[in-house]
Design a protein around this ligand. Structure first.
Ligand code: COA
Length: 258
């Protein structure tokens, strides 16, 4: 795959996507969003990839937001289209992937950067990370899912405060809020993600994909998460992985999933 702003590295069943535009603090311009879409899509289609980690290049930023220089002159229609296209190509796309995605937040995760991290299935941060949705300081609102996913993760009150004040929170505060699962030293960030990925990779990919769908359903309007859970629970019973997982348990051995 040939990209200008995205790097992909594979380590066994783990793939690491690095957003690589450090001179602009990895800000998401149109090209980067398109490249990320292609990168995630290609890795999702690769059966050997069991977990994807997304991170930013350098020690300063995960992603410092959508590229302000690209949309500063947009009108209402262009603004609407920007958000709609972003949702489709990247943010909803990542949330709904069957392959688990971990965001490794290695520095500033602001605006679209935090929104990308929130679209991932869960988040890990380094101690130097800073997170926020500063859009209202630019006279706009979060447009890549931030108004929906932030309250889901931190609760309505904290989300209101973060969005209204447009201020950044530290990695430790983010952990306290439930926005990130772990905070570790910068050097430990990718090793921890690799450890988590190897735990995930031991489990049934089919069951994980079904769990992602069921968990996400609770956060999708007009879809009853409990119904999707019941449906996906039943579907699991028809899979080879379910047979192997339960048989292995009963035979007191480790399962061998494909
Ligand atoms: N869009 C476009 N360019 C961005 C950017 C963004 N969201 N964030 C950073 N950059 C660019 C800067 O313009 C600068 O480019 P230049 O060297 O060509 O002038 C470069 O990245 C480095 O950023 P700089 O502001 O000089 O770094 P800093 O250490 O002084 O400040 C931040 C870091 C993150 C506090 C600051 O860059 C910032 O506030 N960025 C915007 C955050 C934001 O509002 N995001 C939401 C967008 S909706």
């Amino acid at each position: 795959m040939n990209f200008e702003n995205v790097l992909i590295e594979k380590k066994d069943s783990l793939a690491i996507i690095t957003i690589n535009r450090p001179s602009k603090l990895n800000a998401l311009n149109k090209l980067t969003i398109e490249e990320l879409h292609r990168a995630f899509k290609t890795l999702e289609e690769d059966n050997l990839v069991k977990v994807i980690v997304v991170t930013g290049s350098g020690e300063k930023a995960f992603v410092a937001g959508a590229d302000i220089s690209e949309f500063a002159n947009f009108n209402v229609n262009q603004g609407t289209e920007l958000a709609r296209e972003g949702h489709e190509l990247l943010f909803n796309f990542v949330q709904n992937l069957n392959t688990p995605v971990i965001a490794a937040i290695n520095g500033f995760a602001l605006g679209g950067g935090l929104e990308l991290a929130m679209a991932a299935h869960f988040r890990v941060a380094s101690t130097n990370a800073k997170m926020g949705l500063p859009e209202v300081s630019l006279g706009v609102i979060p447009g890549y899912g931030g108004t929906q996913r932030l309250p889901q993760l931190v609760g309505k009150g904290k989300a209101m405060e973060m969005i209204m004040t447009a201020t950044m929170i530290s990695a430790e505060e983010a952990k306290e809020y439930g926005l990130v699962n772990y905070v570790v030293e910068f050097e430990e960030l990718l090793p921890l993600c690799e450890k988590l990925a190897s735990k995930i990779a031991r489990n049934s990919s089919i069951a994980i994909a079904a769990a992602i769908e069921a968990i996400n359903a609770n956060y999708t309007n007009c879809v009853n998460g409990y119904s999707v859970e019941i449906e996906q629970f039943g579907v699991s019973f028809g899979t080879e992985d379910f047979k192997e997982g339960t048989t292995a348990f009963l035979e007191k051995r480790k399962p061998n999933f494909n």
